[in-house]
Design a protein around this ligand. Sequence first.
Ligand SMILES: Nc1ncnc2c1ncn2[C@@H]1O[C@H](COP(=O)(O)OP(=O)(O)OP(=O)(O)O)[C@@H](O)[C@H]1O
Ligand SMILES: [Mg+2]
Length: 517
Amino acid sequence: MPGAARADDGTATQVRGGEPAVLMSGIRKSFGGVPVLRGVDFDLARGEVHALAGGNGAGKSTLMKVLQGVHPADEGTIAVDGRRVEISSIHDARAAGIGMVFQEFSLVPSLTVAQNIFLGAEPLRRSRLIDDRAAVAAAGAVLEEMGVDVDPRAVVGDLSTAYRQLTEIAKALAQDARVLIMDEPTASLARQESEALFALIRRLAARGIAVVYISHRMEEVYRIADRITVLRDGTRLLTRPLSEITPEQIVEGIVGKALDGQPVHRQVDGAGLGAVLLQAHAVHAPPKVRDVSFTLHAGEVIGLAGLMGSGRSELARALFGIDEVTSGEISVRGRRADLSSPRKAIAAGLALIPEDRREQGLVLEHSVADNLLLPVLGELRRGPLLHARRARERSADLIRRFAVKVADPARPVSLLSGGNQQKVVLAKWMGTDPDVLILDEPTAGIDIGTKNEIVTMIRTLAAAGKGVIVISSEYPELLAVSDRVLIIRDGTIAGEYSREQIADEEFLELAVQGATS
Ligand SMILES: Nc1ncnc2c1ncn2[C@@H]1O[C@H](COP(=O)(O)OP(=O)(O)OP(=O)(O)O)[C@@H](O)[C@H]1O
Ligand SMILES: [Mg+2]
């Protein structure tokens, strides 16, 4: 019966008229002869939140870019509200009511939040300047509905990654989308922001908006989504209501084999605290970081926990010489060190893997192999030439260890999927053998199959006598890697706990909120 709720096929909401909001059938897409989507079917009911999962490079973003008109399909059909549509440009998609929050940010850094939100949404015939005051007011309204505290007049380039992400979401909402595609929207959000986003998504779904939610976080998928589709290597493995599938089954579908659950904290053999590697004494780096003192030993992993905007990333940047340290002292191996630039920090044995990796960690137009080898070129040099065989072996080894999905290492890194680009940055820096490694959200965007692997790699580095500082908003991960956790609040250390003192995630959550002190 048309119009009835169809709980039996997993559609969690009323489907008015029985027509799916979106029906994609037999979608095929190749890039340069390499098939990325091999005949994918995907349907989206009105008012449903539909999770899209799969390993890095499985084709999730590409499938949604087909729907968004960024990469028109080679074959297959798309129907919106039961009517067949041709989507061959972003303009077509927008006309069909489809909005997307891009995994790779599409914002213009030099413009304000309000200008970005309405960028390109202006009808073409109005070629005059956008009414700034109206834009600020309208953007303010959208942001307020989202429960986000951002000044619409702020310049996007000055915002943190998380706030840029929220601006990106506001932009899609402001365009009145009836179908909203979110590609890993929480990858860089702290808990509170994620909560606000989830509440927002539920409100949108209740209004009949269909949401596609791409995520590598299983816990989120169960909280927010009604159904899930799993892609593997460009084919659809399954579509199922979440009430009818276990997390283990999903993970097995994504990875192709069973995994032993969440990462756990393991003391690696031979581990133990060694000499002092890094010591910060009363470090100030305005505007955020103030009076930070701590000691990192060889063989130790320190986790930094804190809310978004607490100054965790800024502390990392100050230690690595990106932001200026105005007073205080940093010493490396007991000697006062000059870490006033990243180059000097690298020379002193530090490495930082930044949160905003695409921007800061990669040369996008260079090949995967070149990016991987960039920090170790010196070692691979033979006179004026590069030791070609060793270079090849080295990049092949990193690609294998980090499970980077790439057809040919000579391809530009820009053509890799988002998660595979993240893996290249991680592999690049972890391959340089630094004494002190600082990782800012190391598993953001990384698929489930590789996440545990990265936790293990960090523990192994520590066991080999390195010192590691990890910033992570994912508490299970932070608890799995850290020997000690520093709570960062208002740019300073507000608490310190050894791993044994932290009973569980809830304890950590309370500590971050400031409820235990
Ligand atoms: N413009 C392009 N040119 C060539 N290859 C591409 C292009 N875009 C994507 N690909 C390839 O298509 C495959 C699927 O990429 P896609 O971005 O859809 O993966 P994904 O499932 O979103 O992965 P992730 O979880 O890492 O974001 C990857 O192997 C990627 O290298
Ligand atoms: Mg993707």
